[in-house]
Write a protein that binds this ligand. Structure first.
Ligand code: SRM
Ligand code: SF4
Length: 534
């Protein structure tokens, strides 16, 4: 523990970290469970518990949220069943949300149950460690890694290795538990940038380097002229209420075997030199601004203990982004993966049990999440596909949903999040239903809702992004949105910008209808036209 004299000038969060490392509460869980949430030390309850992925919800006091870690978004049916059992015990309070980082959060959690829940998680290899506050968030990878015939690199193992390094194999790692701020890492393995590399603090995108003609390692005989696979490195992407930036090239190319070491080096530089005084100015990009890219790169090299190779001029991201909804052939002959649309990512216990059952009966028990808050069930044999497609769950979690529903993403919003300026998930669903009833579409339109400027729902990557705000109308304060347009994902990804400000949610539907018709080729259905002509 740091003495008080040295912590008096620190901001509230730096102070609480200096007084007691967040990970220290790992050994106090039994005690908290016995005390109950009302008697607990408030700083432990409201902040430090986030180091083990437990979030106090001021909107629903006493009913906590638990954020898991799902490296590359992959889990087993057994793990899903344990997650389902946990939320099931909370009846109407219990549910789960697939997140925009290919992850899952559980709701309704009671503090007295934490020891039992952690034991259950441990038994099936699940961890929640370092998933909140000033830690590295869930590491995203290609959702069809190892399945896609066109993939350039199977990201699964690398993502797991980075998580193991950062979290000491899920047990907690004090080396990286006090960063200046949150930190996001993503690895793209395909050509379509399915992880939104550009919005991460550190991202790896596939890129081939010219062969050198050097002896190939291991053989000692042949000379490699063929292109060598690796990644161009991007740094500094982030969204915050104050500022949003796409990641910029570090001008570095790394071989896959150097990725974990590079992550460590970047994080050490960020941990030891990242600005900590102002929480609004402490993400990695602020350090890069302060130092300039050259100094930052040189410092990373020094931590790495070797020079970085320059980036190669062209990366391999040259496809439009896929959403993986539908049934697709795998590279393994006779096998398919099915992408199911989970509207706004919300799951209840029965759904989770059912998904686990489908994954076991038709696949190999594996389940995956996407950053669009949907799921993928891999390894479905051709011979079982027809029966799979008759499963009742697919009526709700469709493989062929409406073209707006298909791409809808929403953050948590006012139902559970105290930062929220508006309700998001339920409103988003109702709005999309109404729009799909009135309009026909020729292509998906990606609509993202986010309840406040923190941008968890990533409105800047959407075709139409809706960011919650409060507006004044007729002397009243109402829930409203600022509208973002022009977000481009996949190849040539770039961020959308705010084009219309301060629309009351009650006035939003006709405006969206108009935007969809004018900018995205939607057409009024005949019926709606007739009604309109009356
Ligand atoms: Fe987020 C804080 C939910 C992805 C930027 N985010 C929060 C908190 C923890 C605030 C709170 O304590 O209530 C939200 C929890 C609400 C709840 O009960 O669920 C929250 N963020 C989420 C999730 C669940 C949204 C979702 O519905 O999917 C996502 C969880 C991801 C995960 O599995 O770890 C989530 N948050 C994001 C993303 C998107 C991404 O990573 O691609 C962003 C923007 C990208 C970024 O961080 O650069 C994001 N969340 C924030 C910020 C602004 C960070 C900043 O630098 O200012 C905050 C506020 C903060 O950290 O101070 C925040
Ligand atoms: Fe909460 Fe705002 Fe993030 Fe939505 S964007 S989950 S409202 S912090």
């Amino acid at each position: 523990m740091t003495d008080t004299a040295t912590t008096t000038n620190l901001n509230k969060f730096e102070k609480l970290k200096a007084e007691k490392d967040g990970l220290a509460i790992k050994s106090e869980i039994e005690e908290f469970a016995a005390l109950g949430w009302e008697a607990m030390n408030e700083t432990d309850r409201d902040h430090r518990l986030k180091w083990v992925g437990v979030f106090f919800r001021p909107v629903t006091p006493g009913k906590f949220m638990m954020r898991l870690r799902m490296p590359n978004g992959i889990l087993t049916s057994n793990q899903m069943r344990v997650l389902a059992q946990v939320v099931q015990r909370y009846g109407d309070d219990g549910c789960a949300d697939i997140t925009t980082r290919q992850n899952i959060q559980l709701r309704g959690i009671r503090i007295e149950d934490l020891p039992d829940i952690f034991n259950r998680f441990h038994a099936v290899g699940l961890t929640t460690v370092q998933s909140g506050m000033d830690n590295v968030r869930n590491i995203t990878g290609d959702p069809v890694a190892g399945l896609d015939a066109d993939e350039l690199y199977d990201t699964r193992e690398l993502v797991q290795q980075i998580q193991d390094m950062l979290t000491n194999k899920g047990e907690g790692n004090p080396e990286f538990s006090n960063l200046p701020r949150k930190f996001n890492i993503a690895i793209a393995g395909g050509r379509d940038n399915s992880v939104h590399a550009e919005i991460n603090d550190l991202a790896f995108v596939p890129a081939f380097k010219e062969g050198t003609g050097d002896r190939e390692q291991g053989t000692g005989q042949e000379f490699s002229q063929s292109p060598i696979f690796g990644f161009n490195v991007l740094v500094g992407g982030f969204f915050s209420a104050k500022r949003c930036e796409a990641a910029i090239p570090l001008n570095a190319w790394v071989a896959p075997e150097d990725v974990v070491a590079l992550c460590r080096a970047v994080l050490e530089v960020f941990r030891d030199h990242g600005p900590r005084a102002n929480r609004q100015k402490s993400r990695l990009m602020w350090l890069i601004d302060e130092w300039g890219l050259d100094k930052f790169r040189a410092e990373v090299e020094s931590r790495l203990g070797k020079s970085l190779l320059p980036a190669v001029p062209k990366d391999e991201i040259d496809w439009e982004k896929r959403d993986h909804i539908g049934v697709y052939k795998q590279k393994q002959s006779g096998l398919n993966y099915a992408g199911l649309n989970i509207p706004v990512g919300r799951l209840y216990a029965e759904d989770m049990f059912e998904i686990a059952r489908l994954a076991e009966v038709y696949g190999t028990g594996e389940i995956r999440f996407t950053v669009e808050q949907n799921i993928v069930i891999p390894n479905i044999a051709e011979s079982r596909l027809a029966t799979f497609l008759t499963e009742p769950l697919l009526e709700r979690f469709s493989i062929d949903p409406g073209l707006l529903t298909r791409s809808l993403v929403s953050c948590t919003g006012a139902q559970f999040c105290n930062f929220a300026l508006i309700e998001t998930k339920n409103r988003a669903l109702a709005m999309i239903k109404a729009l799909e009833e009135d309009l026909t579409f020729t292509k998906p339109v990606r609509i993202h809702w986010t309840g406040c400027p923190n941008s968890c729902g990533q409105p800047q990557v959407a075709d139409i992004g809706l960011m919650g705000t409060k507006i004044r109308k007729n002397g009243k304060t109402l829930e409203g949105v600022d509208i973002y347009m022009g977000g481009k994902v996949g190849k040539d990804a770039h961020l959308g910008t705010c084009t219309i400000k301060g629309i009351a949610c009650e006035d939003l539907q006709p405006l969206l209808q108009d935007l969809l018709i004018k900018n995205f080729g939607a057409k009024l259905k005949q019926e709606a036209l007739l009604v309109g002509n009356y």
